[in-house]
Design a binder for this molecule. Structure first.
Ligand code: FPP
Ligand code: MG
Length: 324
């Protein structure tokens, strides 16, 4: 099954998720739906897709709670993007000028807060304390990941282990919770819940590794955000960690100069990308991502063959095969 087929088997549910998103960001304070609607276009809806499939895989088939939780996960995710773009001084998101650039940092932070608050009331309405627990734990971990990242700017000596810890929190936690909540909805066995949670964590880690590769080698038009922003912001991600640890003494000096002076204009950025090619840092990072996907899929061997098992495995492949 390819990712297009996954979208087609989920078509009805995904349409309901879109309707729920539009309905639940409404407010008489018009700037709130304006910004929410603006940002809502162009998202890949990976977290809703994970919830929909994992709930179906575990046998959920009576009710609309999977739609509500999909909307909750997308609202939490959108809130983090609004906040993250303020932190990163982003100029483009999902192919459009970033909300912080159009409406300012204050409006972006507050609309993020609105979406986060809305996700809380929506969860309270469903009244499942375990789903509330896992989504709030994921939110806590995301904040911790961002704070860890914030406190390690321009740190070329950050270890691969520390970096993986950061991305597990800032990105993998919400995907892990999304998969788990699907199982919770279906009142699944706790072993199935744990399996799906591990699957989501691994897929989420791979997702961020690929995202970090795109920041060096993709095109703005494809990924809908700026390329080269990570080193300008002093974000030391795996391609750079690998490069710095493997470069010759002389190359390390040029890397330090470029990263530490923040002089990351085109010529210097291209030099870094060329060095990454020379030392196979992009290949190394993509291999790591593929390794996480392999492990994620191995987690799922306890589920018996089904349409939804194939669908979730196909989402895992899409994470490393996507070009956006
Ligand atoms: C994107 O990383 C950012 C995240 C995955 C997490 C952001 C989380 C917060 C700002 C904490 C706030 C939390 C809540 C619950 C509101 P990136 O900058 O590497 O990716 P990008 O290239 O898409 O910007
Ligand atoms: Mg960012």
């Amino acid at each position: 099954m390819d990712f297009g087929e996954v979208l087609s088997i989920l078509k009805d549910d995904l349409n309901k998720v879109e309707a729920s998103i539009k309905e639940n960001f409404q407010s008489d304070v018009v700037l709130i739906p304006t910004i929410s609607n603006y940002l809502s276009n162009g998202g890949k809806r990976i977290r809703p897709i994970l919830i929909l499939i994992s709930s179906r895989l575990c046998g959920y088939n009576n009710g609309n709670k999977h739609i509500t939780y999909s909307c909750v996960a997308e609202f939490i995710h959108t809130a983090t993007l609004l906040h993250d773009d303020v932190l990163d001084e982003a100029e483009i998101r999902r192919g459009n000028p970033a909300a912080n650039l159009r409406w300012g940092n204050g409006a972006s932070v507050l609309v993020g807060d609105f979406l986060l608050s809305r996700s809380l009331t929506m969860m309270a309405e469903v009244k499942d304390p375990r789903a509330i627990f896992y989504f709030s734990e994921a939110s806590r971990k995301m904040v911790e990941g961002e704070v860890l990242e914030l406190t390690n700017p321009f740190n070329l000596n950050i270890t691969e282990e520390k970096y993986i810890d950061i991305i597990k929190r800032k990105t993998a936690a919400l995907m892990s919770a999304s998969c788990r909540v699907g199982a919770i909805l279906a009142k699944s066995l706790s072993t199935e819940e744990d399996t799906l949670s591990n699957f989501g964590a691994k897929v989420g880690t791979a997702f961020q590794l690929v995202d970090d590769v795109f920041d060096y080698i993709s095109e703005e038009g494809k990924i809908g955000k700026q390329v080269g922003k990570d080193i300008t912001n002093g974000k030391i991600t795996l391609p750079m960690i690998h490069l710095y640890n493997n470069a010759s003494q002389e190359d390390r000096k040029s890397i330090e100069e470029i990263v530490k002076t923040g002089n990351t204009q085109k010529e210097n950025f291209n030099k870094i990308v060329d060095l990454m090619k020379k030392y196979h840092s992009i290949d190394y990072t993509m291999d790591k991502a593929r390794g996480y996907i392999r492990e994620a899929k191995e987690e799922m061997t306890s589920f018996k063959d089904s349409l939804y098992l194939n669908a979730i495995l196909s989402v895992a492949d899409y994470i490393v095969e996507r070009d956006m």
